[in-house]
Design a protein around this ligand. Structure first.
Ligand code: ARG
Ligand code: ZN
Length: 846
């Protein structure tokens, strides 16, 4: 069935305290639970969620219940009101579960011999009978019995002996934040002294053999703890913080109170095995999960419709953290590339939904780019509207007012209204309405007065035909024709469908720099000349818009090239001027040198109502690279030599920026030197960033056979590195070969498809190869659908998540559309299809 936001009712019981005892066994773990409950209203039945549980015993205040006292279904346990005592009581249950058979990786499961849990969103109901909803917050006491050397749960250790350990979490929490880990693990240990002088023990737990790749994660954790004290005044609230790496994990990581559990790819790093991008992500996600301690754990969500309350805010926080640790403007550009690549794409198709949806069948299908990334943009807009001090004031009020509560988006907006005195009722549409607004702008100059006129329009999205005007903060600056900034960044607030803003006292018609810093997640549509974009690329003081001007030029020439135009000389020349500009950071120049991806070009063609031909896009992109390489060969070669990073590998932003610039040069130069430099770099590289970068370039030019074999041989024992081997060759190989290569790789004995990372590396690698996935004969679609069908019965969450590769079907020609829809229909028709994938295919088919 479907769950609706409007059906929310508080739970009719209070649950103060929970006591759990686990007796671990792979095929028959026993879980005893004692819940101290009290009715809030009279005569309500007691409903507890529970799935795939074998009920062993059931008692209230020590009295076993009779079969007539309760009803047991596939979804849970309901106890008749008549069987409940009048006031408070203790409900005791015992169930049996089989972690070893849990291939869905939700609830209590096993990964390489170790027990671990993933309870968000609704996995706790696969562990015991419980009111598995985030607004029920209780204190947990946990006893674990097992012969593993390490037995962990949330909170503080309160006792242990041979074969057992007990944990007590003093902070009330919803069940989705429960965690348990048991295994033969080793810890890297550290400490952190909080701002009030308390010492916190930090542990990163991994399987033996992985401990030499934990140092960076430990440092990142300490940096995150410090940053949250400085930027948000938030101090950690337990004397222990445990973080565990697991190899089999559906998502990135999980913020369980005091016991964060991570996909090992977001913890383990060494120069030989992890790339600069891995390092950056590890620091960002460690920050993200740590920041959840306040925005998620101390203040949680009332129901799952409010997911972006914790996720949007926490992504915004982790983005700010990374921005402070590395290069702010570069981070902003990277975040906007991701937002457009994932969220704009989602918003333009059948899966479009608001950051706060109002119905779902399976909540796991809503851990999306819209809830996370757009949710973060909405927080960023609030900050822009109230200013940095107003933002800090609002957040202080949020923590003060709502600590210990399960909240809603309404609570969140009210905090901003009360602390700033502003009316944010129109702003709220950003949370409740789907779709990406399109902002059109025209300008006019007369007698020293410059006018910008904006109109906004949001196209209908599934279930939301009407789109009221949004409240849009538009950061604008004006440049004089000789390149001076005559009006510094000013935030215009658009609230109507059409609105004008004037600037007076100008000596000449200025060049506008609109939507600086990407101040709102909208599509900006403005008829401009290539000369004006080139002017902004050369002169804008806002680094984001400077990059954006280059991107606009690149996109415009690429889309024209798909229908036969020649590369735009304005773009080719402007780029040449920038790459040698020593005043720009290497990381920024690397971003400017990297062309928009094929999917991004497809998306902008689609938005403009034009035909999307994947092969033409691929050819155009390649042709533009060839032109750039030919025109700037000398400068690129010089820059390639000059940007070598001396000394041993360091993952800091400056070194990473140089490596990124060097590889961006290399990818162009390889079209001129028969890949000689790439081959030499691969042979000599002392770190994964350069080996993988060089390998990818060799794959692109079709000359990687020897290196791919050598790489496999060297790294076959390291699953995280082997994931890179799979994804690199699939995503970058010549498109015509991609579906066949996918089939070959799926037959490789190392394709352990039950492991989500490995599954994603092959299916994600194929779908990242735009023209390959969309090969005309439909082989890419068929391969992909076959594997979703195969994975679904074992791991519905990951199968459903990966099905989003089909969300763009409406972009393409009729023949491709039909093939994609036919595969979706074939999936939808599978007997026993999961609720997860069933909901996705139904929405995808529209
Ligand atoms: N709360 C986690 C995070 O963003 C995500 C966990 C989601 N897992 C899931 N199965 N839905 O940090
Ligand atoms: Zn999160």
């Amino acid at each position: 069935g479907t769950t609706y936001l409007s059906d929310y009712r508080p739970y009719p019981f209070t649950l103060d305290h929970v006591s759990l005892t686990f007796r671990l066994a792979p095929k028959a773990t026993r879980v005893k639970a004692a819940l101290s409950l009290a009715p809030r209203e009279e005569g309500a039945p007691l409903h507890l969620d529970g799935e795939e549980l074998k009920l062993i015993s059931l008692a209230i205040d020590g009295q076993a219940l009779k079969p007539a006292d309760y009803l047991l279904t596939e979804a849970g346990l309901t106890i008749h009101p008549a069987a409940l005592p009048e006031g408070a009581f203790t409900l005791e249950t015992e169930v049996e579960i089989a972690p070893e058979d849990n291939t869905a990786l939700e609830g209590l499961y096993m990964s390489k011999g170790m027990y671990c849990t993933q309870c968000e969103a609704e996995g706790f109901r696969k562990i015991t009978f419980y009111p598995d909803r985030p607004d029920v917050m209780a204190r947990f006491h946990v006893r674990i019995e097992g012969d593993q050397s390490v037995l962990l749960s949330n909170g503080n250790p309160v006792g242990h002996g041979p074969g057992w350990a007990e944990w007590d979490d003093p902070w009330p929490k919803p069940a989705y934040l429960f965690a348990l880990v048991a295994g033969e693990l080793v810890a890297t240990h550290g400490t952190f002294t909080t701002m009030s002088g308390k010492t916190v023990d930090l542990n990163i737990w991994v399987r033996p053999g992985d401990e030499d790749r934990t140092a960076f994660a430990l440092g990142a954790l300490a940096r995150a703890m410090k940053w949250d004290e400085e930027a948000y005044g938030r101090e950690y609230d337990l004397s222990l913080f445990n973080l565990v790496a697991v190899d089999d994990f559906n998502m990135g990581a999980m913020e369980n109170k005091g016991l964060n559990i991570f996909n090992s790819k977001l913890v383990l790093a060494s120069p030989e095995t992890a790339t600069d991008l891995d390092y950056e992500r590890i620091e960002g996600v460690i920050g993200h999960e740590y920041f959840h301690n306040w925005t998620g754990d101390r203040i949680t969500c009332r129901d799952w419709f409010q997911l972006c309350l914790k996720e949007g805010l926490t992504v915004f926080r982790d983005q700010s953290f990374t921005s402070d640790m590395r290069l702010g403007p570069v981070k902003r550009i990277e975040d906007v590339i991701t937002l457009r690549g994932r969220q704009f794409r989602e918003d333009a198709g059948p899966l479009s939904h608001p950051p706060r949806p109002d119905h779902y069948r399976e909540i796991n299908n809503f851990y999306t780019a819209t809830v996370y990334e757009k949710g973060a943009e909405v927080v960023g807009m609030l900050k822009t509207l109230v200013g940095p001090e107003g933002y800090r004031k609002a957040l202080d009020l949020y923590f003060e007012r709502h600590d210990g509560q399960a909240c809603t988006i309404e609570d969140w907006i009210k905090v901003f209204e009360d602390s700033s005195g502003r009316d944010l009722s129109q702003f709220k549409h950003w949370y409740t309405d789907a779709g990406t607004p399109r902002l059109k702008v025209t300008d006019n100059f007369k007698d020293g007065t410059y006018t910008l006129e904006f109109t906004q329009e949001t196209r209908p999205t599934p279930g939301q035909p009407e789109k009221p005007a949004r409240h849009i903060p538009i950061a604008v600056g004006l440049l004089s024709p000789n390149g001076d900034e005559v009006v510094p960044t000013t935030v215009l607030e658009m609230t109507g469908d059409r609105q004008s803003f004037t600037f007076t006292g100008l000596g000449a018609k200025p060049v506008p720099s609109i939507l600086r810093g990407f101040s709102a997640p909208v599509v900006l549509e403005r008829e401009t000349s290539a000369e004006e974009q080139a002017f902004l690329l050369a002169n804008d003081t806002d680094p984001f818009n400077r990059w954006e001007a280059g991107r606009n030029l690149a996109r415009a020439t690429l889309t024209a090239m798909t229908v036969g135009a020649e590369p735009d000389p304005a773009y080719v020349e402007a780029l040449g001027a920038l790459i040698g500009d020593e005043s720009l950071s290497p990381a920024f120049r690397a971003l400017i040198l990297r062309l928009p991806g094929e999917d991004e070009i497809a998306q902008s063609l689609f938005t403009a109502g034009r035909t999307v031909d994947p092969d033409a896009i691929h050819r155009a992109r390649h042709a533009l690279m060839a032109t750039l390489a030919e025109r700037h060969e000398t400068a690129l070669a010089h820059l390639f030599d000059a940007s070598a990073v001396p000394g041993p590998y360091k993952p800091d932003a400056a070194s990473a920026g140089l490596r990124s610039l060097r590889l961006a040069c290399l990818s162009l130069l390889s079209l001129r030197d028969d890949a000689a430099r790439a081959r030499a770099l691969y042979a000599s590289a002392g770190n994964m960033t350069e080996s993988l970068g060089a390998l990818g370039i060799l794959v692109t030019v079709g000359k990687a056979e020897t290196e791919l074999a050598a790489f496999r041989k060297r790294w076959q024992g390291n699953p995280l590195v082997m994931d890179k081997w799979f994804v690199t060759q699939l995503s970058l190989c010549p498109p015509d070969e991609a579906p066949d290569l996918a089939a070959r790789l799926a037959a490789d004995p190392l394709f352990d498809w039950r492991n989500p990372n490995r599954f994603r590396s092959v299916l994600g690698g194929l779908s990242a190869n735009h023209a390959g996935f969309h090969r005309k004969d439909g082989a890419g679609y068929r391969f992909y659908a076959d594997w979703l069908i195969r994975l679904d019965p074992l791991n519905p969450q990951t199968a459903a998540r990966m099905s989003t590769a089909f969300e763009t079907w409406a972009r393409y020609d009729k023949a491709r559309q039909e093939k994609m829809r036919a595969e979706l229909a074939r999936i939808a028709a599978q007997p026993g299809l999961s609720r997860d994938l069933g909901e996705m295919t139904a929405r995808l088919l529209g």
